[in-house]
Design a protein around this ligand. Sequence first.
Ligand code: ASP
Length: 441
Amino acid sequence: MKLYMQVLIALGLGLKRNWHIFAGLVLGVIAGIWLHKDPNPIVMTTFTFIGQVFIRLIQMVVIPLVISAIVIGITSVSDSKQIGKLGSKMVLYYAILTIIAVTLGASLALLFQPGLGASSFINTDVATDVQAHVAATIETQKGNLLNIILGFIPKNPLASIAAGDMVPILVFAVFFSVALAKVGEINRPFVSFFESIFAATMKITDWIMCFAAPGVFALTAVAVSAFGVEIFTTISKYLGVLALGFAIQLFVVFPIFLRIFSKVPIWMLYAAIAEAMMVAFGTASSSATLPLTIACCEKRGISHKVTSFVIPLGATLNMDGTALLQVVAVIFLAQAYGVALTPFLVVQICLLAIVASSTCAGIPGAGIITIALVLNGMGLTPEELVAGFAFLFTIERITDMMRTLVNVTSDAVVAAAIADNENEINYDLLNNPEEYNEVIN
Ligand code: ASP
């Protein structure tokens, strides 16, 4: 091999893996723009394949990882009062951040009215029907909510595992783990069994992450090639409102939250989880990023006791970015179809988005699908609003990448705050990047 090639490769391998993934992202955007202008089916098929291999590999470890992490997390908190304390604090923190996200989304969408731009594309007859449906069904939401809650309880946990339904799996895993914690020493063989599963799945994650840079490159290229840059101009207001909301959540809300509830320096935390943030952006999947989120937090000093409890639950239940998107998207549709946005309706949209986002799996596209729950709550169906949805779908992937980044960051922020409150964080490791190696050694 030529000397300059050897030098280039050595330089590349010497870079931190963060930068490999980042380079994958940037090159993916460039390749996507190029592919949009000059589509090449063979290249597209190859990129789609590489991206799918990466996502599938990483999804492969999610269910064993989630269950084993929760079992270890809960059983390692030997004192059952402490489980209650950790659990209630986690729910409180997740709730605070999600409520702020939906309030932020609603305020920005009402202020900038992104949907008005789309109203000229909407058939007026359809718009009249939509307005009538919303008016007629606005009072009848409660049954829906109860059904959603019923769906959280698994009739058959194994069937939920086979179907990959995350919320029922989590409910069962939590019950099971609390019971194991309560029965005392007799739980040892079972807990050891889950400890082995956890260690093995983390090892597999290490291997898979060697493939992160090409995986993220291919996924980004395919996503960008679908719409090119032009679409940004057509729907720029909607995208702008979302980007602003996500940025405020990331750079204002999370830092203030950490300042109020902990003494964790936000930039140190962001440096610690940079790799997970980039993979979240590239894969648009909180679940796929989960192993890495845990690894990043632990390598930088957040205890296993906290990460294994808070992050797996957060990866499914805590979806601030998704909740924010759902509120903005539904208000966008309401504006496009001329539905009167009364304060009552706005509050209702926010509450439904909190429920819908937390039932949403951490996989690409789940958030836009569970918008149906919010619309059902308003007496509408996505089919009825198909013209409006077409707008949202054109840029769905890019908004998914952004909201997933927020979702994953939020899980780490809550884990860090709880770790700080419970004295479960090693500040020497967190504050001193020199002290730790790459997440994957
Ligand atoms: N893709 C998001 C996530 O994995 C969920 C969503 O579609 O909003 O966090």
